[in-house]
Write a protein that binds this ligand. Sequence first.
Ligand code: GEM
Ligand code: ZN
Length: 382
Amino acid sequence: MTATLTSLHIDCDFDAGNIQVLDASDPCRVHLAIRPDTHSDHFQWFYFKVSGLTPGQVHRFSLDNASQSSYGNAWSGYQAVASYDRNDWFRVPSQFNGQALSFEIQARETEAWFAYFEPYPRARHNQLIDRALQLPGVELLASGRSVQGRDIALLRAGDGAPGKRKLWLIAQQHPGEHMAEWFMEGVIDRLQSNDSVIRQLLARADLYLIPNMNPDGAFHGHLRTNFKGKDLNRAWQDASVEASPEVFFAQTQMQRYGVDAFIDVHGDEEIPHVFTAACEGNPGYTPRLAALEEQFRTALCRLTPDFQTTYGYTRDQPGQANMTLACNAVGETHDCLSLTLEMPFKDHDDAPDAVTGWSGKRSKALAGAVLETLAGMTGALR
Ligand code: GEM
Ligand code: ZN
């Protein structure tokens, strides 16, 4: 006789939650769908809680609309993440059949969370800002407002003294790319270490940090857009207070303080590697900028196995860059080293981790290597 299993309760009414229940009548085979961003057709990010699991029982979940997501081809080779406590996240066996992404767990406990990537909670963001402001030499330089009025913190590490290089790092323009703010936590961690590399860096440069560019989108479980349905990484030529106040704020501050190097931190759904994209298609691209990009990539490769230059986006043809992207717009406006840094939703196949795949912890470690790379370049940036 088959034991009657407890019915499951599925919830996503929390920070960054996103799921729609299609049919949960069979607790062993649950049918779900991912909800699109508000005011946009984009979707891929999911994050939900399941209660009523039967320990020892295999429970299967199917995202039935996966193939219609923004990056429908990206599900091949992807594994969902799960957690029993929202601190320790691990990959679960997942399959994509060309239509639906299904994943399963042999439950250890009666409750579990599932997500597209290890979520970076808003509460943790607030703690990160508070912790950063306790560090010597770190200040809240300015605070912007999102469409819905959430704070956008611009932190500066350093005294802004004349002659110091201005290094900008912004993160999570695309709200579903939670690895980006894990990276920014790694920046703050390395600053807090105040080791000799950081002291060398801050002797010559100031860091301008925006740990989360899109708090509304993150809170609402969006993949790609802000609360007005705007892709912020397509807003850097026509930013407005009405449609894209987040970018308008960042650009205003960049104009005010200046930029000598810029890194826009993202996640990539499809490519299972960490990589950068740069400004080779900009009209103002020069051999000087090409050399700086090469110096950065070569140095970062030497510092960590969690970076590579073989895989990445197709290079833009000369003069063909999309200037609405942050990387290209900032690189052109400020004639500086400007990069998009991409971390994978899957794993970094050059140094895979079978348990976690790419993770928050690896995003944080990468940040330390990026700061070390920048520390070795401050003299070359201008
Ligand atoms: C990407 S950036 C795309 C850059 N493409 C090239 N060829 N340089 C985006 O915004 O689409 C960043 C991301 O979404 O992660
Ligand atoms: Zn992105």
